[in-house]
Design a protein around this ligand. Sequence first.
Ligand SMILES: [Zn+2]
Ligand SMILES: [Zn+2]
Length: 309
Amino acid sequence: MVIMAPVNSMKSCMAVIESGAGEIYTGADEGLFGTYSFTGRGKFTGNSTRILPEFTELERIVEYAHTKGVKVNFLANIQYLQDISDKHILERHFLDYCGNAIRAGVDSIVLGDLGLLRLVREKYDVELHSSIFFRTINREQIAFFKEYDIKRICLSYHVTLQEIEKMCMSNIMDIEVVGYQGCSMFNGTCSFLHDYGEDKFDPGLFCKGIYQVNSDEPSNIFDVEARCGLCSLRRCKSAGVKAIKIVGREMDYRKMQGIVSLFSKIINNDDISINEILPSWWKYTLCSKNSCKYIGNKYEEFMIGGDYH
Ligand SMILES: [Zn+2]
Ligand SMILES: [Zn+2]
């Protein structure tokens, strides 16, 4: 099982690879799509770092990653865009966008829309992954994507460990799961902005925010997503999960470096006690609040469920 870490620059690329990432993922920012968010985030993080590199930097990132034997996944997570007129050739531009990434040398393209999946499949001979936006929770969905020659599928995090084990056992295609953080809603249906920080403003995840409704006690009423994947990491590995994705393209690379090395230590050292190496902030904000993914947590009753329920 490899750690798939987010990258927004050459600097973050070097940092996460050094910390143990076996794969990285990123996107690219350019011309016509410059004002469109491919990440559900703003263009800059709260500390003024770009969230998406430009294509020239992407080429250098790919080159560096490949010298270290690390694969690069290119996320092109948007919905289908139609050509509106001769001036607004969004569909063709999207295909060029993917073509530029392929020319930069990326190893796979990750898509979250069926229309785009067909378009890209028809035009390019490239490895395709199905993103979390497809909200995959059972084997039937995986079998459906097999027909599109998809190599890997990212499961929704609204599944249980038993379901993950069954889906891995079905051996239909490679399985990826999210190991850290995520959205409170069923993926792709969140209408809140995520980390829409623009230069010195870091609002965090609004869907996890604390709200007061009438005279009720203020609470995070929208949040039904457990964030910690560390407590189920070893079982995911023995179940045969191929990649564990860490969310956080907006994150400062030094913080991301810490998270990646934590995952790496636990995956690669079976003798290490998770409890002993978990930082106290992690235990306090996540595990002690019963916010651990895939294992029975306080959100289980809200899960839609696939094979398990
Ligand atoms: Zn959200
Ligand atoms: Zn935990």
